[in-house]
Design a protein. Sequence first.
Length: 378
Amino acid sequence: MRPSIRLGRLFGIDIGLHYSWFIIALLIFFSLVGHFQVINRQWSLALAWSVAAITTLLFFGSIVAHELSHAAVARARGMPVKSITLFALGGVANIEKESVDAKSEFWMAIVGPISSAVIGLFFLAVAWIAGWQPSTGTPPAPLRAGLVWLGYINIVLAIFNMIPAFPLDGGRVLRSIIWGINRDQVRATKIAASVGQFIAVAFIVFGLLRFFAGADFGGLWLAFIGWFLKDAAVASYAGVEASAVLARVRVGEVMSQDCPTVDGNLNLRTFAEDYLMRTGRRCFVVLQNGRYIGLVTINELKRIEPDRRPFTTVAQIAIPLERVRTVSPDTPLNRALELMISGDLNQMPVISNGELVGVISRSQVLQYLQTRAELKAA
Ligand SMILES: [Zn+2]
């Protein structure tokens, strides 16, 4: 999921918000205002609003901490994490590749719920030190009221995440255990995703029944979560299956060998008219004096004002060779796709012994998968 708003960086990881996050933040904020006003009628509106705002922020801080714990384990196991995005149903850490072994997957998944449980117990402990007595129910003092709510919600979060519905953390734990036993990641994912879909459908049915039985909006919410989980389970399984197929294919088998080239000395107007517009291709390899010096795409051209294009050469705007990510013909196709996705690239040059031998693009990878799928269905 792409963040809509960047908040900043923590430990080298971008933290971002998706627009849908605002819906849930407002929902939590207003339900907290209501909750605080019910437990203590002496609170002024300003006090209820401020405590609700601080509590909401701390709640999202706990979700970021949960995701950071996934990221820390992923990183320690050699899986780089680029960003964490908060959205309507929590957070996601965008890990650049699938786990390489069952053990890594197990620890990476289970550390999240453990962190939430620890954070929850921590808030309850602070509330207890501040004088909260669990037997007397929720306390009236503002500080403690917020702490107790944070304590319980984080424990609920830990329990919810342990539901074995892949791709929830609990589903990932289940998959890693099956994977550890049968040594087959794709089959393990298939089983975990089926369990996930079953639970998701149960959520939808139960949620809708509750909603129609008592017009209870909590039921509708449950059904919505179920619907989201079902989609996520199907998509995650498709992703893992595709990745397994691509792992068996090398870049050299799929790449195109006729790389469109362009002379670096050409000016940009000629390049736009005679190359981009005439061929419809978006990416060209730049050659200067017979040497491959880099890549140029429509994006670089678009950054130059039209009236400056006749006086700028292709070589001046090309992405230099050192900065271009390349692969070799022996690179597995799934690795090449991961590199393109993490680098936000549509294509990569294929280099063998310092020579350009082809170009691999995302659309070629997709076409490859599509052809295979069609043959399998026939
Ligand atoms: Zn998690």
